[in-house]
Design a binder for this molecule. Structure first.
Ligand SMILES: [Mg+2]
Ligand SMILES: [Zn+2]
Length: 159
């Protein structure tokens, strides 16, 4: 899944979440992630943080936000299995979505079954990246409803 606009509120236009104080979980996200954990899904984040390339934050600041995010999730019995970050500017890498470099990084760490996987994001580039990678996609800002859709759909597949 994507991060900004899915797990936490997006920053204002042309702004970035540069510190934990600005990170706000969207409603129902913690229990939605826990539901994925309990159903046996790997939960991976693929996030573009162009603010790093623009000098508005460091990778250390991004890592710090993610550490605190994971601590907060742990307090709700939820966890993220892996976080993959593109810190680059436009057109300079193979990982900024809709490129699939972040997905390929994740694939080095985890046995990902593309046909059994989903990409959830709030931007067209998330959906495009998911399509290119070969997973099912959901465009939404409402993770709880996306998780419900995933669980309902996959439960149907298993029956
Ligand atoms: Mg987003
Ligand atoms: Zn990149």
């Amino acid at each position: 899944m994507d991060r900004d606009g899915v797990i936490n509120e997006r920053a204002a236009p042309h702004q970035y979440i540069t510190r934990w104080e600005d990170f706000r979980f969207l409603p129902g996200v913690r229990s939605a992630i826990r539901a994925l954990n309990e159903a046996g899904y790997l939960v991976l984040i693929v996030t573009c943080q162009r603010g790093v390339a623009r000098g508005m934050m460091t990778m250390e600041a991004v890592d710090d936000i993610h550490r605190r995010m994971c601590e907060t999730l742990a307090g709700a019995g939820a966890h993220i299995d892996g976080i993959y970050v593109c810190p680059h500017d436009y057109g300079q890498c193979a990982c900024r979505k809709p490129e699939i470099g972040l997905f390929l990084q994740a694939e080095r760490d985890f046995p990902i079954d593309r046909a059994a996987s989903w990409m959830v994001g709030d931007s067209d580039t998330d959906v495009e990246a998911g399509r290119r990678y070969g997973v099912r996609t959901i465009l939404t800002t409402d993770l709880p409803s996306a998780v419900k859709q995933i669980l309902d759909c996959d439960r149907g597949v298993r029956q």
